[in-house]
Design a protein around this ligand. Sequence first.
Ligand SMILES: [Zn+2]
Length: 199
Amino acid sequence: MIDKLALIFGSKTKAQEMVFLLHNVKNVVRQGFYPSELGRVEEFCKNNNLYLVKSKFKVLVTNDHIYSNKGLRIDLDDTREGMYFTYISKDEKTALLASYDELTGNDYELGLVLGYPSCCVQFFCRHFNEKNPDLQLPATNLFTNLTARNQDCVLLSHFPCSSDCSESIRIAEHYAALLKSIDLQRYQKMITLLQFPSQ
Ligand SMILES: [Zn+2]
C-alpha cells in the first residue's frame, strides 16, 4: 500500500504520513512538492476529501527539507526550481492554520499544529538555526530513531527533544501499530532497519 502511494507522493515516508492522516493518527501533514508533482497530489487529495493549502512561497531545497523549515524562501515568480510546501488535512481550518504559522515564521505554533510534543517543539525553537539545522540525536530505541531517514525509513516527522522522549515514543508506537496493520512488509523492514542503527 505504501509503495503504491509513494508513486504519487514521491517517497515512502511521505506516503506513510498520508496514511497516518487518512487513519486519523495525524491531523495535518506538511510536505514539499515540486510543481511537476503537485498535480497528482492535488488530485489524490480531492478524491480523498482532503484539504490542501499551498504555500505562498517556494523553498530552495537544502539537504534536509523535511525536518527543517528554514530552507531558502523564494518568491513564486522566481524562475529557480523550488518546492512548494503543502499543508494537507481533513479539516480546512487546520491546513490553513499550519500554512499561516509557517508564513509568519511562528515555529512554535506550527510545531503544535503539526501535532509535535510541546517539549520537542521547545527543543526545536531553542536549538535550531542555520548553523545547526540537524538536531538528530544518537539512537537509543527504534521509535525515535531518525538515522535511516535518508533511506526513506523513519516513523517520526519531528526532532525528538531526547531519544527517550516519552511523548515522541508514544506517538511513534501508535504509528508503528498502524503501519503493522496496514502494510506488514513496510513495518517489518522498518523495524529491522531502526532496531539496529548503523551509527
Ligand atoms: Zn519531547
